[in-house]
Write a protein that binds this ligand. Structure first.
Ligand SMILES: O=C(O)c1cccc(C(=O)CC[C@H]2O[C@@H](n3cnc4c(=O)[nH]cnc43)[C@H](O)[C@@H]2O)c1
Length: 225
């Protein structure tokens, strides 16, 4: 099956796929590989949704059997150390909702839309197994966590969460509109917690992402849509 990979930046797309370069409507850079195409969406859930929808519409119905949100991310201690991989068993919009004196209310509890997308359970479990990755919820946030307090609050609300990043839920929303399954893969570049730029290991995480797609591509190629 052919797969659309959506990343925030070009370095992540380059770790996922190699092939011919193209430019999609809206100016999105697309790498067309034999199995995987990778589109560079920009940072954040809104940019990710816009790019995913554009790429899926440009390709037309039936072009892809799966959409993958991929990139670096923050890991929740102790579930996901720096350099490790996380495959989402749930893609959670962790800061989409309302703040109240009693705590955070997710958007679905307010009566609007949804706050969780579920990747196909068997496929995401198999990908996690192939990659030796944690198989756990990945949170989508619009603000990178930078304090111990917010990290603790997210962990209280989502005790199984292994990672946070900024695009997965946007990719999942667009994939759902096109009737396609979604998977999220994160390579951990930093721990979720107090901001410490010097502790980010972006090169190590990109190497882990590259290794993951090297192992994954032949597996996905054999997969039926
Ligand atoms: O100013 C900062 O603290 C800072 C340092 C480096 C990068 C950022 C970003 O906003 C890039 C976010 C980008 O990378 C993914 N990502 C990586 N780690 C995390 C994280 O701990 N929490 C959320 N997102 C993360 C994310 O998916 C974006 O594509 C800020």
């Amino acid at each position: 099956m052919r797969v659309l990979v959506v990343t925030a930046v070009a370095a992540e797309a380059g770790a996922a796929a190699a092939g011919e370069s193209a430019v999609l409507p809206g100016g999105y850079a697309l790498t067309r590989g034999p199995v995987l195409d990778a589109v560079v969406a920009g940072v954040g859930p809104a940019a990710a949704a816009a790019a995913t929808a554009t790429a899926l519409t440009a390709a037309g119905p039936g072009a892809y059997g799966l959409v993958v949100s991929a990139g670096i991310g923050g890991g929740f201690v102790p579930h996901a150390p720096v350099g490790s991989l996380v495959v989402a068993d749930a893609i959670v919009a962790a800061d989409l909702g309302a703040d109240t004196p009693e705590g955070f209310l997710p958007v679905d509890e307010l009566g609007f839309g949804r706050s969780v997308h579920h990747p196909p359970a068997a496929l995401s479990a198999r990908i996690a197994e192939v990659l030796g990755a944690a198989h756990a919820p990945v949170l989508t946030v619009s603000t990178v966590t930078g304090t111990a307090e917010r990290a603790a609050a997210l962990a209280r609300r989502h005790p199984r969460a292994a990672a946070e990043a900024m695009e997965g839920f946007g990719v999942a929303e667009a994939a759902a509109v096109h009737g396609l399954p979604v998977v999220e893969i994160r390579a951990v570049s930093n721990a979720v917690g107090p901001r410490d730029r010097s502790a980010w290991r972006i090169g190590e995480a990109l190497d882990a992402l590259r290794g993951a797609f090297r192992r994954l591509t032949p597996v996905l190629a054999k997969e039926q849509p």
